[in-house]
Write a protein that binds this ligand. Structure first.
Ligand code: NAD
Length: 488
């Protein structure tokens, strides 16, 4: 059985306790993970705090920080396949996706490597004589990065990249459900040559490790990705240290199809939008909002294609849908599907657990046109389940799309340019994809509204979340300071 180590203060250690990690494809324990308790968390934060002011880190020029990030990017690229194999083993995410995604993660580090020496201050045209005033952009301090189990290397890169570019130090808590790729990644951080304590990588459970970390008095900012209920805990925890937060949460994203589309092309986008990553994607297009005129034709083709999906072992390059990450997640998804059917949703395909070892669930389509408040329509399932609702008018499509507390992503499929522009404006979401879906880049910001969270990751501005502005006032007159009781 493999054993993984945590990474604190530039050293790899076993930790005082460990816990088993389960292979979702077989349901068997395959590795032991180090469990960080309060003492480990405190040591990791203390190490990051020391590193923040250490000469080895704080005296580096921004260009030198960028070079370390370029080195890390090269290492991620070099070891992408090893990392992908681990992520697939631990999460059940198919190897086709982990290989492609992790190779691209290197580009996120390159993007922020290039930004490190472009974080500029400003000179102010101040309204006082004999004064020079300028703003310095300084690194915020110690960052707590907390990530969910899915796409951890990617979700870490959008936190570590800008945080390190800005000059912060980080304690990253990997998900207890599948920490192995992050613990392996720690070796690359070490090899890249970051000074001890600049990046610490630990794992453990939310209520213990996560809570101690996010409440810690020395944390300046919490960069969190996960579910909305956990985010509420995080925000409560941050009441202890008043850390700022960026929250990337779940979604119930509408995938809106008008009757003028190329059906084959839109069906392919919908298949990828909901069944890629076995539906375990925050931007999953899990609500199909379809024009009544093409509904029957569209659903017939969608069902046909969904039933052709190759379900299998996640480490097989031919597999298109693998297992869910945890047994508990499969039970929850199945329950919501059954409750929706009981409420009147029509099951078009899938809809029950796949027998055998492993946490498999088939691509499932529910027609909820007559039960728009079915639990599958209102809840984020985080699994391969599509709920369908149809509309007659553009206004109705907008109202349906916005009828959610989430606001992460949206897909609009139409050939009508004017309508596309109206939809872009009317939909409340952080991302709108027009005639495409599920495309990301380090250059484009990513994030949502409402229960989907706040703050944006990716893009230039994300780096500002990791900086604080310092206003510097300098008097330039040699004259003695006059009357001390008049404010100038
Ligand atoms: P989760 O919310 O259960 O856990 C996320 C992380 O929070 C884990 O590391 C967990 O240990 C930690 N945590 C749990 N309780 C905590 C506490 N009280 N204090 C501090 N930390 C705590 O999420 P999950 O099930 O691992 O992942 C699925 C969720 O993540 C879905 O809702 C999905 O939409 C969301 N997600 C969002 C994005 C995005 O970018 N918007 C990306 C991927 C996943």
């Amino acid at each position: 059985m493999q054993r993984f180590q945590q990474y604190i203060d530039g050293k790899f250690e076993d930790g005082n306790a460990s816990f088993p990690s389960v292979d979702p494809a077989t349901g068997e324990v395959w590795a032991q993970m180090p469990e960080a308790g309060a003492e480990d968390v405190n040591r990791a934060v203390a190490s990051a705090k020391r590193a923040f002011v250490s000469a080895e880190w704080s005296a580096l020029t921004a260009t030198q920080r960028g070079k370390l990030l370029y080195k890390l990017a090269d290492l991620v690229q070099q070891y992408a396949q090893d990392l992908a194999v681990l992520e697939t083993r631990d999460t059940g995410k198919i190897i086709r996706e982990t290989s492609a995604q992790i190779a691209y993660v290197a580009e996120y580090y390159r993007y922020y490597a290039g930004i490190a020496d472009k974080i500029e201050g400003t000179h102010l045209p101040i309204d006082k004589p004999d004064m020079e005033v300028w703003l310095r952009r300084e690194p915020l301090g110690v960052i707590a990065a907390v990530v969910p189990w899915n796409s951890q290397l990617f979700l870490s890169a959008v936190k570590l990249g800008p945080a390190l570019a800005a000059g912060c130090t980080v304690v990253l808590k990997a998900s207890e459900d599948a920490p192995s790729p992050m613990l392996k990644f720690a070796e690359l951080v070490h090899e890249a040559g970051f000074p001890a304590g600049v990046v610490n990588i630990i794992t453990g459970f939310g209520q213990t490790c996560g809570q101690v970390l996010t409440q810690h008095p020395d944390i300046a900012h919490i960069a969190f990705t996960g579910g909305p209920e956990t985010a509420k805990h995080i925000v409560r925890n941050s009441a202890e240290n008043l850390a700022s937060t960026s929250l990337e949460l779940g979604g119930k994203s509408p995938f809106i199809v008008f009757d003028d589309v190329d059906i084959e092309s839109a069906v392919n986008a919908q298949i990828s939008g909901i069944f890629a990553a076995t539906g375990q994607s925050c931007v999953a297009g899990s609500r199909l909002i379809i024009a009544r005129g093409i509904k029957d034709r569209f659903l017939a083709r969608l069902k046909e294609k969904a039933e052709q999906i190759n379900i299998g072992s996640p480490d097989d390059m031919a597999t298109e849908v693998g297992p869910l990450c945890t047994l508990a997640q499969r039970e929850r998804i199945n329950q919501i599907v059954q409750d929706s059917i009981d409420k009147g949703a029509k099951l078009l395909t899938g809809g029950s657990n796949i027998e055998g070892n492993g946490f498999y669930y088939p691509p499932t389509i529910l027609d909820c046109s007559d039960v728009q408040d079915a639990p599958s329509v209102t809840n984020e399932l985080f699994g391969p389940v599509l709920s369908v609702i149809c509309f007659d008018t553009e206004e109705e499509a907008i109202a349906l799309a916005n009828n959610t507390q989430f606001g992460l992503a949206c897909g609009v499929f139409t050939q009508n340019l004017s309508r596309a522009h109206r939809m872009i404006k009317a939909i409340r979401s952080g991302i709108v994809w027009v005639n495409t879906y599920r495309v990301v880049s380090p250059i484009a910001p990513f994030g949502g509204h409402g229960l989907s969270g706040h703050g944006r990751e990716g893009g230039l501005d994300a780096v500002l979340d990791y900086t604080a502005v310092k206003a510097v006032w300098m008097r330039t007159s040699d004259d003695p300071i006059p009357d001390p009781f008049v404010m100038r």
